[in-house]
Design a protein around this ligand. Structure first.
Ligand code: GTQ
Length: 347
């Protein structure tokens, strides 16, 4: 599979001749197309939130959320510069909404997740319902739902955006539109989706076309309480500590069809065993501090820093304090296509 075929003048002339007819020889590229294991251009990297916050403060003086539509600094993977990608298949950015601002309503086929980093009292409106945002909350904007963001608090609000933009781009399936009004009409009270769908109860004849969870917000308070309770008796997983996935209560599947979202707790002093998987993953520590080895690189992290683990790179975490890590990847896609693989070493 990996051998290179020899170059010869007659072959070269042949390649040049067929090139003019939009043809090329597989035997020259086969080894690069079908690799024995993932060979990603995506690189391990960490962004410090404090540095991004500073740049964001400057951006806040340069452009309003209204003019920008979304005031976001894109986390560009150093191996994929200029492509607006954090991994080969996913997009990530840090969004800021300042007091009094509105990021106007629009909708698109790309799905978005928000993981709230800093600030309190801003909201995102999805499909006629406002969700208040607090640090650690995981909030969903399903594909093609109207969404706008507003901040009526006195503090700037920062969150991580994760979108499946590169997947939709790859499939050439992007549709988007704006709304004439800045904010969409509010038709349901705050907390409506959580009350209806987030209480282990569902309407008896529920039928949903959407594959996305009807729970738009997974408040950190509840997530953290689950981890705290499990911590008391759950056996720690050697590779993950205590790791949970956010789910869609209707299907039991991931909360979103294209992106898997996870929360994990690592106790103080815990070191995870080397692990690798085919889903390149973006991590955001919410609490604690520690370091993560990705391949031969080591990254120290604290709350709100963001780091990325490329596909099939060995990863191990070391928690200096009790730590909580949010993460997301394209795992739901890979599982549905029978492509997901993981390697737990001997653990
Ligand atoms: O909040 O709707 O980071 O449409 C990129 C594209 C955020 C959003 C992003 C978007 C949004």
């Amino acid at each position: 599979m990996e051998h290179a075929v020899r170059q010869m003048p007659e072959r070269q002339a042949f390649y040049e001749k067929i090139d003019g007819e939009n043809l090329s020889a597989l035997w020259n590229v086969l080894g690069a197309l079908i690799t024995p294991e993932p060979k990603s251009a995506c690189q391990p990297f960490l962004w410090r939130f404090d540095a991004i916050r500073q740049h964001m403060t400057e951006a806040g003086k340069l452009i309003t959320a209204k003019e920008a539509e979304r005031r976001v600094l894109i986390l560009e993977n150093p191996g994929l510069r200029g492509q607006s990608k954090v991994t080969t298949s996913l997009y990530a950015g840090i969004q800021a909404v300042l007091p009094g601002e509105v990021a106007p309503a629009h909708r698109h086929t790309q799905s978005a997740l928000r993981f709230v980093l800093e600030g309190k009292g801003a909201h995102t409106a999805v499909d006629g319902e406002r969700t208040m945002m607090s640090p650690g909350d995981f909030v969903i904007t399903p594909a093609m739902t109207w969404h706008d963001h507003g901040n009526t608090s006195s503090e700037p609000m920062f969150w991580l955006d994760g979108l499946d933009i590169p997947v939709v781009q790859f499939l050439d399936a992007s549709f988007a539109e704006g709304l004439d009004d800045e904010e969409q009409p509010i038709t349901r009270p705050v907390g409506d989706s959580y009350a209806r769908y987030g209480q282990n109860l569902l309407p008896v004849d529920i039928k949903r076309k959407s594959k996305t969870s009807p729970v738009f917000s997974y408040p950190y308070e509840h997530t953290r309480a689950a981890l705290e309770q499990m911590k008391k008796s759950e056996a720690w997983d050697a590779c993950h500590g205590l790791k949970l996935r956010y789910t869609n209560p209707v299907s039991g599947d991931y909360a979103m069809p294209t992106m898997g979202t996870f929360i994990q707790l690592l106790p103080k002093g815990f070191s995870t065993s080397r692990y690798r998987s085919t889903d390149a993953t973006v991590y955001v520590p919410m609490e604690g501090k520690g370091r993560t080895r990705i391949g031969d690189k080591i990254f120290d992290w604290g709350p709100r820093d963001i780091f990325v683990v490329p596909s099939w790179h060995p990863v191990s975490h070391e928690a200096e304090d009790e730590s909580v890590l949010f993460s997301f990847s394209d795992r739901p896609i890979q599982e549905k296509l029978d492509l997901f693989r993981e390697d737990r070493g001997n653990a």
